[in-house]
Design a protein around this ligand. Structure first.
Ligand code: NAI
Ligand code: MG
Length: 499
């Protein structure tokens, strides 16, 4: 084994159990799931394949911890979050490497996107500990008090595409508001999340955040239907969300759901083409397209379409594919064989549907690529908005270019989609920019810079992209319930039943 391999292996454990009540415990069944490196198919570590009995234990721990954590002071909660952020910063490079090894995202993205965004969540919600307050209403004969209370044990189920950031955006607001958490990371990619709890075990009060690992159906269902669980937050696919809603109906618990996307990126005739081509490149290759916010429907005005596609082709063909752990690499492999195969099936479908391949269109091969799940960054042109490749979430480095002629038409086309998570507009005209942004049925619109994520700005969906807003203080409403207390200021009875 090389020195580099040894140094990387020292960053994580060969195996992880569940993290329950501040302790690492082995799973009930003894069965495990391998965490793989999608760049070479090698096993990195193992996690426990949890079951119903593990869920019982983990919910019991969170339930017990709720009685004290819900009474903790804002200072205590703020301090915890500040310390987590400090430790993440201190080992930023280690965590970035873990994210890269297990997910396949390039190290330059883990370092410059995933980790800073993750840290920002703890910093944002450190402030929220003091921001949670009720209100008072004054009446001539009464005072109304609205208390804001934590909701209880929260089940949080997260995906494999941005594991640390998903974990942060879920646990930070929940614990800032005084709740306790059971988090279930994705079974394919969660090395960074497991190592996070390994490191933070000494500062997390026992039972406040617990981790149970395993396959979705084995662990997710018993968790969400557990009578002591009071809320579920989920990020992932629509079919799984439909099941989560059914589970949640058992005990009538509220849900926040952040699902897929097929976001429209609209390029107007007067756009800064250099910037817009960069935006379209980034939107195609960032995290190998495994991002719910990807602008995977690219609406090009007919007057600039030809030039735009020619430039985009050059840009994408210059993207450096390779070992994501190398700082030079600009795009890594898809996170799993399953995901790779799904993307490949859409590459075939696109050709069957009559789209043309501008660039890419198949698996990437060559030195260092054959052992991994690499796919060429792909642009389809001659796409119509009703094709399946234009309507379904591919979750890979594949963007569909669609032609448009007038503003009304492009807004209509952008909205002809079951999803509505993000979107982009490229124009120098402020009126056009805002008219299109207003017209788009979507939760986020980026004007003249795609993926311009700003701490505190809400993220969430219209339509089948889900509901509830995260990454912002608004999410605190999902993690709290109000209690109205009305104090009567008048003496004596009202006299309603006076004899
Ligand atoms: P998924 O929705 O099945 O998985 C997400 C999480 O849900 C994982 O932790 C998984 O273990 C859990 N889960 C699965 N079945 C469950 C069940 N019955 N009960 C409770 N939890 C369950 O997504 P999957 O299968 O990994 O990916 C399929 C597609 O979903 C992707 O190709 C992509 O299109 C979309 N997706 C969207 C994401 C987003 O960020 N909105 C993230 C991940 C996937
Ligand atoms: Mg699934």
């Amino acid at each position: 084994m090389s020195n580099t391999d040894q140094a990387r292996e020292s960053l994580y454990q060969p195996q992880y159990g569940h993290f329950i009540d501040g302790e690492w415990v082995s799973g009930d069944s003894g069965k495990t799931i391998d965490l793989m490196n999608p760049c070479n198919g090698q096993v990195l570590s193992r996690i426990a394949a949890g079951n119903e009995r593990d869920v019982e234990r983990v919910v019991a721990a969170a339930t017990k911890a709720f009685s004290s954590w819900s009474q903790s002071s804002p200072n205590e909660r703020q301090e915890l979050m500040v310390e987590i952020a400090r430790r993440l910063k201190a080992r930023l490079e280690d965590y970035a490497m873990l994210e890269t090894l297990n997910n396949g995202k390039p190290l330059r993205e883990s370092l410059n996107f995933d980790l800073p965004q993750t840290i920002a969540q703890f910093e944002l919600f450190a402030g929220a500990a003091f921001h949670l307050h009720g209100e008072t209403l004054d009446y001539p004969d009464a005072i109304g008090l609205v208390h804001r209370e934590p909701i209880g044990v929260c089940a949080q189920i997260i995906p494999w595409n941005v594991p640390l950031l998903m974990m942060a955006s879920k646990i930070a607001p929940a614990i800032a508001a005084g709740n306790t958490v059971v988090i279930k990371p994705a079974e394919s990619v969660c090395l960074s999340v497991m190592e996070f709890f390994q490191e933070m075990a000494d500062i997390l009060p026992p039972g406040v955040v617990n981790v149970v690992t395993g396959y979705g159906a084995d662990v997710g269902e018993p968790l969400v239907i557990h009578p002591d669980v009071r809320k579920v937050a989920f990020t992932g696919s629509v079919p799984t969300a439909q099941k989560i809603i059914q589970y949640a109906s058992r005990n009538i618990i509220p849900q926040t759901l952040e699902l897929g996307g097929k976001s429209a990126q609209i390029v107007c005739p007067d756009a800064d083409l250099e910037a817009a081509v960069e935006g379209a490149t980034m939107s195609t290759v960032l995290n190998k397209g495994e991002i719910c916010l990807a602008g995977s429907r690219l609406f090009l005005h007919e007057s600039i379409q030809e030039e735009f596609l020619a430039r985009l082709k050059v840009s994408l063909e210059g993207v450096r594919l390779g070992d994501p752990a190398s700082i030079e690499t600009q795009m890594g492999p898809q996170a799993s064989v399953m995901q790779r195969d799904k993307v490949c099936s859409y590459l075939e479908l696109g050709q069957q549907e009559g789209a043309s391949v501008v660039t890419g269109g198949s698996r990437a091969s060559g030195a260092g690529l054959d052992q991994g799940n690499f796919i060429q960054p792909t642009i389809f042109s001659n796409v119509t908005n009703d094709m399946r490749i234009a309507q379904e979430e591919i979750f890979g480095p594949v963007t569909c270019a669609i032609t448009w002629r007038d503003e009304e038409e492009v807004i209509r086309l952008a909205n002809e989609c079951n999803y509505g998570l993000a979107g982009g507009v490229w124009t120098q005209n402020i009126g056009v920019a805002h008219r299109i942004a207003r017209g788009m049925q979507t939760g986020t619109v980026w004007i003249n810079r795609y993926y311009n994520l700003k701490s505190g700005m809400p993220i969430g969906g219209y339509k089948q992209s889900g509901f509830g807003r995260e990454f912002c203080f608004d999410v605190l409403n999902h993690y709290t319930v109000t209690k109205s207390v009305i104090v009567n200021l008048q003496d004596g009875p009202m006299g309603m039943y006076a004899q």
